[in-house]
Ligand binder design. Structure first.
Ligand code: HEM
Length: 450
């Protein structure tokens, strides 16, 4: 090799043993611990073997950017196929030209300006919860359950103009069972097809039918109803392909509605539950939020313009999602050999990127376990890599609902933190459960004082 030649790329470093046969590795119960330890042991990238498959775990923000911005090489992976059972060919689970067409159609619906119309619906839903909480007086509540109920109410109103009424209780129950089932399946090494007669398969197919039927009925009723609705379903029904003027079929609408319903409520509920946990641990944070809300809205209604000024409240949300990012892991399949830095990335390998791990790297985030919203002051973020923080993913497949989610969480946090005090219940210890999204295991009990 002469002096100007660059060395040939090498495979990333990693454990020698096949993890499947390593008795010190508890894949079923400690995936997140395994990833965190790996992120500390290896410098930005590692490659491990699990049975016949190879996983490349990336924590270097440069490499994460490379993966997100090379969507032609790194495609949504096998776990995504699992979600298809529930979400069909919706935005989250589809790929290729079909996904691109749908994304172009739907993207404009989520532009900031289109979202202003939802501020009122979201704050009205929060107001109903506040009234309920005030009526029940100071008590201990399962905040995760309450936030799930709240975000379910919000997505029902903004997407479908329905209340989270009887039908939707059934839908949320079905989603809960399906998400748990899919979460369990995701850590199973052998996945039997759904036609194999297992009780769990029977249950999942039954719940999926309930979901399908309910959503199809709502779409059919809306098609027959000529009234004006201001919601995402109407917008989805009205968007037209620029080239063909075609609108979405009932099947496509069903897939997108369930996708938005799911992507839009479970993530924000978990994000909010963790945010309230932090303000319970740090009462001074709640006071600062309440003071900011009073300064901006002066006791009047929440407005879109006002939300833009909630700098501190927004930093609290960002810091909370740094420590507990709802989608805690993202995966991509490598479709052709590639080179990242000095490393060879092999076709067929699976890329794993975990915001949970990256957001806790000491090299990027000093004192990573400390809750400090001021990390997100513009002057402190100046030199931060764009992909040191990625709760909403990145590149072309970045969360389409990120502006919606931030707006929703700003409203929820502003309303709740200015009306109630939150504190930890003695003896409560937060444990996390990394399913499809990261959630507090066994609920999150907080004392809520009116
Ligand atoms: C705290 C709240 C939320 C977080 C942290 C979040 C996070 C994410 C992430 C990380 C992805 C990309 C996954 C990947 O690359 O594999 C994603 C995709 C997506 N999210 Fe969100 N999300 C949130 C709320 C929402 C909301 C409110 C909606 C809709 C109303 C939504 C709709 C979607 C959709 C449709 C996709 C798929 C986009 C595509 O592949 O084209 N999300 N989300």
């Amino acid at each position: 090799m002469n002096a100007t030649q660059t060395p040939a790329p090498v495979l990333p470093p990693g454990p020698k043993k096949n993890l499947l046969f390593d008795k010190d590795v508890d894949l079923r119960h400690d995936t997140i611990g395994l990833l965190v330890r790996g992120s500390r042991e290896y410098n930005g990238i590692s490659r491990s073997r699990l049975g016949p498959r190879y996983f490349v775990h990336i924590t270097n923000p440069e490499f994460i950017e490379h993966v997100f911005t090379h969507g032609d090489i790194y495609v949504k992976s096998n776990e995504n196929k699992e979600l298809k059972f529930l979400l069909g060919n919706g935005l989250l689970t589809s790929g290729g030209s079909f996904w691109l067409k749908q994304r172009r159609l739907i993207q404009p619906l989520f532009h900031k300006q289109r979202l202003t119309g939802f501020v009122q619906k979201i704050s009205e839903t929060c107001d109903s919860l506040i009234a309920e909480w005030k009526a029940s007086g100071s008590e201990t509540k399962d905040i995760h359950e309450e936030m799930t109920r709240l975000t379910l109410g919000i997505v029902s109103k903004t997407l479908l103009s329905t209340d989270a009424s009887a039908d939707f209780k059934q839908v949320s129950h079905a989603l809960e069972i399906l998400m748990k089932g899919l979460g369990k399946r995701s850590v199973r090494l052998v996945k039997f097809p759904y036609w194999v007669p297992l009780p769990s398969h029977f249950e999942m197919r039954r719940e999926r039918k309930i979901l399908d039927d309910t959503v199809q009925q709502i779409i059919a009723a809306r098609r027959a109803d000529k009234s004006q609705y201001h919601d995402l379903l109407t917008m989805l029904m009205e968007v037209e392909d620029a080239d063909t003027s075609e609108r979405m079929t009932n099947e496509q609408l069903r897939d997108e509605v369930i996708t938005i319903f799911l992507a839009g409520h479970e993530t924000t509920a978990n994000g909010m539950a963790f945010a309230l946990y932090h303000i319970a641990k740090h009462p001074e944070v709640r006071e600062k939020i309440a003071a900011e809300v009073m300064r901006v809205f002066k006791g009047g209604p929440v407005t879109f313009e006002g939300l833009m000024q909630l700098d501190y409240t927004t930093r609290v949300i960002k810091e909370s999602m740094r420590l507990y990012p709802p989608p805690w892991i993202m995966a991509r399949l490598v479709t052709q050999d590639d080179v990242m830095g000095e490393y060879l990335i092999k076709k067929g390998d699976e890329i794993v990127m975990s915001p949970y791990c990256v957001h806790r790297l000491e090299s990027l985030w000093p004192e990573p376990e400390k809750f400090d919203p001021d990390r997100f002051l513009p002057e402190n973020m100046k030199n931060m890599h764009r992909y040191a923080y990625f709760p909403f993913g990145g590149g072309a497949r970045q969360c389409i609902g990120n502006n919606f989610a931030m707006m929703e969480m700003q409203i929820m946090l502003a309303c709740l933190a200015s009306q109630f005090q939150f504190s930890l219940v003695p003896g409560f210890k937060l444990e996390i459960e990394p399913l499809v999204t990261l959630r507090p295991k066994g609920g999150l009990k907080l004392a809520v004082e009116v």
